[in-house]
Design a protein around this ligand. Structure first.
Ligand SMILES: [Zn+2]
Length: 207
């Protein structure tokens, strides 16, 4: 599969697909959302254009964190009670994906995980201590959010207007667990908070 194999079913522009497990591609040319299923493309409609704010990260512009290189290929924006945050879908140099969430100065890098034990999400409360899969977690944030924009290619069929409830949980050693109750079920992601000052753009790239 090469980049030129796919063209937008709406406008015919080439769709550059970097991640082999991508399920959704937002055409940069006409803003159509294109679903990739069994190597066939289906048009889902158009997303509204995402407002651009100054951002260190840019689609297609690699960055380095602790000597590891990441390549942002997609972005989802969520609105919540304190404003908005962006979830960047980034690939590492092995082609594995991770979510980098950026909420003003707060950055966290997380990967999807499968929880071994069932979670009753509606019963979770802010400030609650909870044992999950042998780790002691504290619920530090509990809120609802709505997807208000997306661009690039994504590993999940996220839709603008989609609502979710989520919780951030913290554990020792800077560990972070995010639980999202979405229309696609309960999703779990684990990772760490990052120090934004440890992120640098690739040598030679414009900053
Ligand atoms: Zn298009």
């Amino acid at each position: 599969m090469t980049e030129s194999d796919y063209r937008c079913p709406s406008c015919g522009a080439p769709l550059s697909i970097k991640f082999r497990y991508s399920k959704l591609i937002n055409c940069q040319h006409c803003n159509s959302d294109v679903i990739l299923e069994d190597e066939a493309l289906k048009l889902r409609g158009k997303s509204s254009v995402m407002a651009e704010y100054p951002s260190l990260l840019q689609l297609g512009l690699p960055f380095v964190h602790k000597k590891a290189e990441y390549y942002p290929v997609g972005r989802v924006r969520y609105q919540y009670s304190h404003g908005y945050w962006d979830e960047w879908w980034v690939l590492d140099n092995k082609g594995e994906g991770a979510w980098l969430s950026v909420d003003e100065g707060d950055m966290a890098l997380e990967q999807a995980i499968e929880l071994k034990q069932p979670i009753l999400f509606p019963e979770l409360k802010l400030g609650q201590h909870i044992e999950i899969d042998g780790t002691h977690w504290l619920i530090t944030e509990h809120d609802t959010a709505e997807c208000i924009g997306l661009e690039g290619e994504l590993p999940e069929l996220i839709q603008v207007g989609e609502q979710m409830s989520y919780a951030h949980l913290s554990a020792s050693k800077n560990r972070l667990l995010t639980l999202e109750m979405t229309t696609r079920g309960l999703l779990a992601y684990e990772g760490q908070w990052l120090d934004p000052f440890e992120i640098s753009m690739e040598q030679g790239a414009q900053t």
